[in-house]
Design a protein around this ligand. Sequence first.
Ligand SMILES: [Zn+2]
Ligand SMILES: [Zn+2]
Length: 145
Amino acid sequence: MDQLTSMFNDILKSVMPFLIVVIIVIGLLYLLSVIWVIRDAYLRGANPIVWGLIALIPFIGVFAYTILRPPMLLSDHDEQDLDFTLKQRELMKYGECASCGYPVEREYLMCPHCASPLKNECKICGHALDPDWKVCPFCCQPQKN
Ligand SMILES: [Zn+2]
Ligand SMILES: [Zn+2]
């Protein structure tokens, strides 16, 4: 029986350093995961303190965060807003065909998609004019509609 105990002690002694390393690694991973959650929550515009506290629950906290975290990063959100503004500005510049919605440019006289008239052409300078313009702004020629 004594022999068995000493054998067990020997095994424990040889395994101990390995165990300590494993515990340190798990501890570090746990710490990093909490830091990651706090940082990620902050970047996503979620409350980093609340999520940090939830992440302190070993394993379950971080797991819950990866499922429940807000889906979008703040910077992505900003980029989408910017994209939307740019598209809107483009629409303002080019406009849309009133009949079919096809994007048309400022100088188009006719919709290239459905061939409905978009603008009048100035008889003198040939610029595209809005139908309700009384005078051509390019050559000052009065327009009759
Ligand atoms: Zn059209
Ligand atoms: Zn003109």
